[in-house]
Ligand binder design. Structure first.
Ligand code: SAM
Length: 458
């Protein structure tokens, strides 16, 4: 029996997911018992963080070896005083720009009487090594002062009223820390307070905080996201479109793989988020990134000239297109409770298809299109691939390099050969099992849920 709870989902969403994971094609290939086991392990894995932290090294500015040494020096400062912790930073056997750090936990941490409640997103970030930022705090004791030692709980269902003194709803303990701001400062003035609210000293899961750590050399990214940009395979001098780009993790990786030569056009439809892409490209010193606030579904127009440098662009303008699609995000970890309705989860496939239409139009003949999501549903992954192959006869599925994930999931009518061309990262390794696998190997199997398909336009 696992000590971890499963992710809490609305009953209709749980039923919907179960239907996809126990579909008749899958049952015919692996049998009901095994399919059920995989599904239950998936639900358990989603509620806790992966057992390693993945750092993409900005090899555009320094070598992997040098970044590893510098990172070791920086992170050692964080664990000084820990007697029995050794900091292990390992390179990835296949990915030339990845460093892996183990996550230690769940640790035995005593809960305290003074309780701070944070929003679910903030709680999830704490479980992955972050401190509590002030805007994430939703409740704290009436007389809490800076310097007080507190226990931090995550409001997993988002039901706590902002500014409350305490909360009796469903929460999860994420560790202890020291308040850097008192109650009066947090809630007194009525305006949003910035900066660290609670510095975590005894997190439930220890993994390094990257707040201010080598910002120009070390970029936190989930391992499958790093794989996606490698699969796209951009080369120096090319013109690449990243249709849904914020906050720009993959955009910057693509520009790095192109040695910052050529052009990476990064779009996002939310203006504030485009600023994040610009900031990241600036920090990582990448000049080839051009950012626009624009609806990706409208990126192509027949009515513009070939010399246009901003969207919309004429058809067949790009050598490669990445469609890292907006999705239901059900592969994200940790995620202890999703309050999403089935209507919300089901709203994504039509949006993804309209973006896909534009992606195909924007791509040159012979060009490469990568479609990716960070969710586990069949409807947003394999079913979208089956739809794309039916809808665009000039698209063919391509082998992926590197290939660290598993095959696609049966159930969408794709052939076994087609499923083998897909890459699905399935978080189905129990924490107990992960503990026995060396870090460099378990990082590939104990990831967030992620999906990658690579097409060529013929
Ligand atoms: N590729 C990003 C990265 O690696 O950092 C993550 C992208 S996230 C999965 C999806 C993004 O799509 C969100 O930032 C969202 O604002 C954006 N988005 C949603 N609909 C869009 C649209 N119609 N056009 C452009 N961007 C869109």
């Amino acid at each position: 029996m696992s000590v971890f709870p499963r992710i809490s989902l609305r009953p209709e969403v749980a039923q919907y997911l179960k239907g996809a994971f126990l579909n008749s094609e899958l049952l015919a290939s692996i049998g009901k018992e095994e399919a059920e086991h995989h599904f239950q392990t998936l639900l358990t894995c989603l509620s806790h963080p992966p057992s390693s932290t993945c750092v993409r090294a900005n090899v555009h500015l320094s070598s992997l070896g040098e970044i590893r040494v510098k990172l070791g020096e920086e992170l050692k400062k964080q664990i000084s005083g820990w007697e029995d912790e050794e900091l292990e930073i390992v390179t990835h056997p296949v990915l030339p720009d990845v460093l892996l750090i183990p996550v230690v936990g769940p640790r035995c941490v005593q809960k305290l009487s003074s309780e701070v409640v944070v929003g679910a997103q903030c709680g999830n970030a704490v479980l992955r090594g972050a401190n509590v930022f002030a805007p994430g705090i939703v409740a704290c004791p009436k007389f809490m002062k800076a310097g007080e030692v507190v226990s931090v709980f995550s409001d997993v269902e988002g039901k706590c009223t902002r500014g409350a003194f305490s909360f009796q709803g469903m929460t999860t303990f994420v560790g202890n820390g020291v308040a850097e701001k008192g109650r009066a400062e947090l809630f007194g003035a009525g305006e949003t307070v910035r900066g660290v609210g609670v510095r975590m000293t005894e997190p439930l899961y220890w993994s390094p905080s990257f707040d201010g750590v080598l910002p120009h050399l070390a970029f936190l990214q989930n391992l499958p996201s790093v794989v996606a940009s490698h699969v796209l395979g951009p080369r120096p001098g090319e013109r690449v479109l990243d249709m849904c780009a914020a906050p720009g993790g993959k955009t910057c990786h693509i520009a790095t793989l192109m040695e910052d030569q050529g052009e990476v056009v990064a779009l996002d439809k939310i203006r504030n988020k485009t600023q994040l892409i610009r900031e990241n490209a600036k920090i990582l010193k990448l000049l080839s990134v051009k950012v626009f606030c624009f609806n990706g579904a409208k990126v192509v127009s027949d009515d513009v000239g070939h010399d246009t440098r901003e969207p919309p662009f004429p058809p067949e303008s790009f050598d490669r297109v990445l469609l890292d699609a907006p999705c239901s995000g059900l592969g994200q970890r940790p995620n202890m409770a999703s309050t999403w309705t089935l209507k919300e989860v089901s709203s994504y496939p039509p949006l993804q298809r309209s973006l896909f239409h534009a992606a195909v139009r924007a791509l040159k003949r012979g060009g490469v299109l990568v479609y990716s999501t960070c969710t586990v549903t069949l409807a947003e992954n394999e079913e979208q691939v089956a739809w794309a192959l039916r809808t665009f006869p000039d698209l063919t599925l391509q082998p992926q390099e590197p290939r660290l994930g598993g095959d696609g999931l049966p159930g969408a009518g794709l052939s076994p050969e087609q499923l083998r061309l897909l890459q699905r990262f399935r978080p189905e390794l129990s924490w107990e099992a992960a503990a026995h696998i060396p870090l460099a190997r378990r990082a590939d199997v104990d990831t967030i849920g992620f999906f990658i398909a690579k097409f060529q336009k013929n």
